[in-house]
Design a protein around this ligand. Sequence first.
Ligand code: MN
Length: 716
Amino acid sequence: MMQQDELIKLVKAYDPRADEDALRRACDFSIKAHGKQLRASGEPYVSHPFEVAGILAGMKLDSASIITALLHDTVEDTLATLAEIKEQFGDEVAKLVDGVTKLSRLELQGDQTKQAENFRKLFIAMSEDIRVLLIKLADRLHNMRTLEFVEDPERRKRIALETMEIYAPLAERMGIHRMKDELEDLAFQYTNQEAREGIVARLSFLRTGSSEIIPRIIDELSKLFKENGLKASVTGREKTPYSIWTKMKRKNVTFEQLTDIMAFRAIVENVEQCYQALGIVHAKYHVIPGRFKDYISTPKPNGYRSIHTAIIGPENYRIEIQIRTPEMHEIAELGVAAHWAYKRSETATDGHQYRWLKEILDVLQHAQKPEEFLEHTKLELFQDQVFCFTPRGEIIALPRGACPVDFAYAVHSSIGDTCVGAKVNGRIVPLRTALQNGDQVEIITSKNQTPSPTWERFVVTGRAKSKIRRFARQQQLEQFAEVGWAMLHKIIKQEGVEFSEKMLESLLEQYKAKELKDIYATIGSGELSAREVFYKLYPEHKVIQPSAAVPQAPPKEGEKAKGFEPLPVKGLIRGMAVYYARCCHPLPGDKIVGIITTGKGVTVHTKGCATLANFADTPERWIDVSWEDKGRVDMQSYPARLSITIANTPGAIGNISNTISKANGNVTSLRVANREKEFFDVFLDVEVKSTEHLNDLMAVLRSASGVNSVSRVTGR
Ligand code: MN
């Protein structure tokens, strides 16, 4: 295991001004705190923080990071407290340790690989200082290097999968290729052991066939550059089994078809020499087409710069060559971590070397102000989001400021609707509490709970808002429906009619309603009158009972309702009762008008009837009516009144009666009004078919002997 002196020597080598005293105190603190704790490997636990510190020293990180690495598990796993660390090592280290501890707690929450992207975001969001992420990556790297000692195979596989899906991509995004490659290859052993073993076997077969290929090719390339007057340092390696595997999968090729099992690297002094080296290689060997990439003129988003080319090289091996400067190399290997390496050695502050860092932060941040990040080395990414856990470890991403009610609706609307309380990290909190990154949220529900309109004041997600509003609307609808039901049923009871809801269903379409409840609610809300709906159901009630309170008056004598016969009058509403006015005795052929009488029906008058003057100020009672055509009219007889003056002679009245009978009239009553010496006046009621019939009859009477005058009586 890494020893204290060895570690300090390593740090001092790249950072002579490092605080050796603080480093030693951190080593002692960690040794004391972890005491007799053991790793799964059987080693003292403290070997782990020392190794993590060593990995970070290899990346030339600052003292605060190295000290934090030494202390990173003390708060979570030992009796040591953050306050002690703050007291002994200061604010900066305490903050870093706190950050790493928070991330470690996150790891304990369930299965993250299902939502790897969210978990990565959460990690970044919770790492206020990018060094926290670097320490966490180094921590994971050492745990992966010692994963074989973890006994439970399921657990090994889960950790490996998590590494593949979360930590390796994080390392890649931060530009730390060396770490990304190693994490992936370590995880590969556990996620797909067979594939890896197959590739390893192939690789070793290749090696036995021609031992020492890599050193021989390095030699030949070095010699070539030297002959051309270029100082280059050439290295070579086999690609990792995992990168070979992904290439085989991606390009759908067999092992034999792969060109770049071996990768070589030439490091030259400056950019100009990079292109010089490329020219030398291309002049000597066959170039494999389509493999040339110039990441110097067009760097990768994470700041990576290099030239890539593939050739059929020495001894006809197909190889890949990367050409770059030492700075480019450091950035390629260390990514974000190189920032601290430069920070120390940098004296010229033109910021040129930081440009790549700006770029990577741009990529991570998707924002326009990377300067602030450089200033504080803080990762204020995903500031507009918080990531919380369900009790089962699922991640719920919410906008910043979201509360447990938002969380509940995000999980499921039924949970939101019935939510009565919430526990955050095991403690009951008010429903309006703003959630923090990494909070574990448990929603307490009750079947009897319904969404409260007051929630709308503090929820922030649109989903929660719309569900709460929808519920409020629904609730109001229920209330309106109850009121509407009561209103309609009151009328039904008053009218004493038979009613079933089936009848109301026939109106659904007309009122554009989905269900009966909607019709009741429309009545209850006042948009529709209950009586209107009632008339739609019982149209006949509308005519006879325009005002429900007035009872139907029986027809007076001589006013015979004719509603049961085919109606001779046009312009009436179906179901209307019709009466013929006694004052004017209208006859078919007369111009007529109808007068509506409340609680009774329509009385038909002749247009000349004097009685109509009584209705002059209620024009709404007048309706336009006229007689049906003759064919139907002929079937009925109508009373007409005549005033006749006849000579006072014996047998004169009998004579008139005979005359009328002959003319198909029917005398119904006769009254002598004035009897004088020579003449007397008679009022005579006759039944006739029409005015025409009456006129005929009158003409006959006038021609009869003894008749002095005949006139029709209309109006009083
Ligand atoms: Mn650890």
